[in-house]
Ligand binder design. Structure first.
Ligand code: SME
Length: 157
């Protein structure tokens, strides 16, 4: 597929509906996980212009910074630490409407106000990475984001 993305404007649901098949196309035939994460981070950034969009991969017992779009960020996050480490430990999507109210939230950037973290879970139930999206507005993420981002994460090998 040509490396271009058509960004649909409209409601969140419509935007995800337009984005997901394009991401499927972008990832088709590419088996390199880092390359695929890089394009997914870029496609989400192009579509929604979130403040920070990126991945952390599980490596040597920690989450290590992987492809992302946005300002520089912390490189390592421990098991159970912050929102990312919680999503890893509990193997579930975590939505944080207000980061000030999440005990242990790791503030890589003071501009982050709300956040969603979706784990990438392998067939054997092991969490191998997380997708972290930060917004500079409160209450940016809901069940619609969770539904589509979980679907999106299943597309990444
Ligand atoms: N806020 C995250 C850390 C990662 S950065 O926001 C990019 C957390 O609490 O896990």
């Amino acid at each position: 597929m040509a490396e271009e993305l058509t960004v649909k404007k409209g409601g969140k649901e419509e935007m995800y509906e337009a984005l997901l098949p394009q991401i499927e196309g972008l990832l088709a035939g590419e088996t390199d996980t880092i390359a695929n994460m890089a394009n997914v981070a870029a496609a989400l950034k192009q579509t929604f212009d979130f403040f920070w969009t990126g991945f952390y991969v599980v490596k040597d017992g920690a989450l290590v910074l992987a492809p992302f779009q946005g300002p520089v960020a912390c490189t390592r996050i421990g098991y159970g630490k912050g929102v990312c480490g919680t999503a890893w430990k509990e193997a579930r999507t975590v939505i944080v409407p207000d980061v000030n109210e999440f005990p242990g939230h790791i503030a890589c950037n003071a501009a982050s106000k709300s956040e969603i973290v979706v784990p990438l879970i392998r067939a054997d139930k092991k969490v191998v990475a997380v997708l972290d999206i930060d917004s500079n507005y409160y209450n940016s993420f809901d069940e619609t984001d969770a539904k589509y981002l979980e679907r999106l994460c299943l597309l990444i090998n």
